[in-house]
Design a binder for this molecule. Structure first.
Ligand code: SAH
Ligand code: SF4
Ligand code: F3S
Length: 437
């Protein structure tokens, strides 16, 4: 029998990108062929996200599109967070016609689920969450590249009241440090310059006596690893000793993603974030005292239930005071099963959410532009990642230590994967322009 072709499309966060690499590895071992085009696929899988409602809707549209394009001659599987969030409801929806679903902890069962569907025509699912599965025995099939994602932990125990992730990904569990370090060493050997350690809340990493800072130290000690990033930490328990380690180690990047979510204490409290505006601001100050030029990015939600216009102004105030290098700003989106959805009506009118997001984005864009302009004239090291997606095929894009995109003209002197010194000569709110020195 010829191998069946599988095409996988990934939505959502970096954890899903990593999970798709795990799934590819599991399926290749089970004699499936991974293809990079939907048109030649016998099986299409969508690795989905459930964090906001529009993420769901995108998937419904894609399923219809795929079935139409393939004239029904395809098996469709839904993986990822929508799978655990909606469970068998997804399969029962006849109009949608999904054939199998697998949650984030069930990927080792995918070969069985797929053969059930293709051999018997019976719909199959496994959305059980595990307290132990970390896939530490699976070697992900990564795209050749410069950065490798590594999940160091899975799940989340924080239960921020707006968030579906603790329900879709289950309880926290951490991978053994030794196993992570071996993976990093293999990656260095295979030419990767950068690793990004992933977890829903990396501060909670704990394996026996090793915490996240211990792990970072061990990764940083790996010979030949040039750049280390991580995401996301939580402001409530961000370890101060990690800041010191970051400032001491050249190969740990000068960047922190510090999700604010809201600037008002009452809203932070009912979001169950367990820090105050003051504590957040103090943490930022400490980070900058230790690393004066640290690049700080954030996530913000506006229009959380009961948030008044006055309370939203506290978020504006924090944004203006901190001057984040980058902010990902979202309108609150009610998610089924979450504590917020059970307790509150989604009562901030859509029009008001739009007013707030437009205003905050305008403020943030000015800040980002100003911060980027302050780089002009500086010499910075960039890791070239790919041909520029923004400028043209005559340019490469890479990232500086702080993670800002930098665009340089192509040349024979360097290529993808090289770390080179450049001089910044231009800036927009999203990127820097540079020439090689
Ligand atoms: N674990 C990570 C990221 C979780 S999801 C962390 O804690 O940082 C990524 C971002 O999506 C969150 O930081 C939050 O800003 C946003 N988000 C999560 N749930 C949301 C919801 N119900 N509505 C709107 N934005 C949401
Ligand atoms: Fe969601 Fe909060 Fe966990 Fe992040 S820390 S995944 S926002 S519950
Ligand atoms: Fe989305 Fe799940 Fe990631 S809900 S943001 S894919 S953890």
């Amino acid at each position: 029998m010829s191998k069946k072709n599988v095409f996988i499309e990934t939505y959502g966060c970096q954890m899903n990108v990593y999970d798709t690499e795990l799934v590819k590895s599991i399926l290749q071992k089970a004699e499936y062929k991974i293809v990079d085009q939907e048109s030649t696929a016998d099986i299409v899988m969508l690795n989905t996200c459930s964090v906001r409602d529009n993420a769901n809707r995108k998937i419904y549209n894609r399923v219809h599109e795929i079935k139409k394009a393939k004239d029904g001659k395809v098996s469709i599987g839904v993986l990822g967070c929508m799978a655990t969030n909606f469970k068998t409801n997804l399969l029962e929806n006849k109009r949608l016609g999904i054939d199998f679903i697998a949650g984030p902890d069930s990927y080792k069962h995918l070969p069985n689920l797929i053969s059930t569907v293709t051999e018997t025509g019976i719909k199959a699912f496994d959305v059980t969450l595990s307290e132990f599965e970390t896939y530490s025995d699976i070697d992900p099939v990564r795209d050749a590249g410069v950065n490798a994602w590594i999940a160091i932990m899975r799940g989340c125990n924080n239960f921020c009241t707006f968030c579906v992730v603790p329900y879709t990904r289950g309880r926290e569990r951490s991978r053994e440090p030794k196993n992570i370090i071996e993976e990093v060493k293999r990656l260095v050997k295979n030419g990767y310059k950068q690793v990004t350690l992933l977890g829903q809340n990396v501060n909670s990493y704990q394996h026996e006596k090793y915490d996240f800072t211990d792990l970072m130290k061990m990764v940083s000690d790996v010979e030949g690893i040039e750049r280390i990033r991580y995401t996301s930490p939580h402001p409530k328990d961000f370890p101060r000793k990690l800041l010191s380690l970051m400032s001491e180690r050249n190969n740990i990047c000068n960047q922190v993603h510090m999700p604010l979510q809201a600037g008002n204490d009452r809203i932070l409290d009912i979001m169950n974030r367990t820090y105050t505006q003051r504590e957040f601001l103090d943490l930022i100050k400490e980070a900058r005292d230790i690393m004066p030029n640290v690049n700080i990015s954030t996530d913000i939600i506006l229009g959380f239930p009961t948030e008044t216009a006055q309370e939203f102004e506290d978020t504006v105030k924090v944004v203006q005071e901190v001057e984040f290098d980058q902010a990902y700003i979202f309108k609150y989106s009610e998610r089924p099963n979450t504590r917020a959805s059970k307790k509150y009506a989604d009562d901030v009118p859509e029009k008001e959410k739009t007013r707030r997001i437009v205003l905050l984005n305008e403020i943030q864009h000015d800040i980002a532009l100003r911060k980027n302009q302050s780089h002009i004239g500086q010499i910075e090291k960039i890791l070239i990642a790919e041909t520029s997606t923004k400028r043209s095929a005559d340019y490469y894009q890479g990232r500086n230590d702080g993670n800002t995109v930098v665009i340089v003209p192509k040349s024979d002197a360097y290529t993808k994967g090289d770390l080179i010194d450049v001089k910044i000569h231009g800036a927009t709110k999203n990127a820097l322009q540079a020439d090689v020195v």
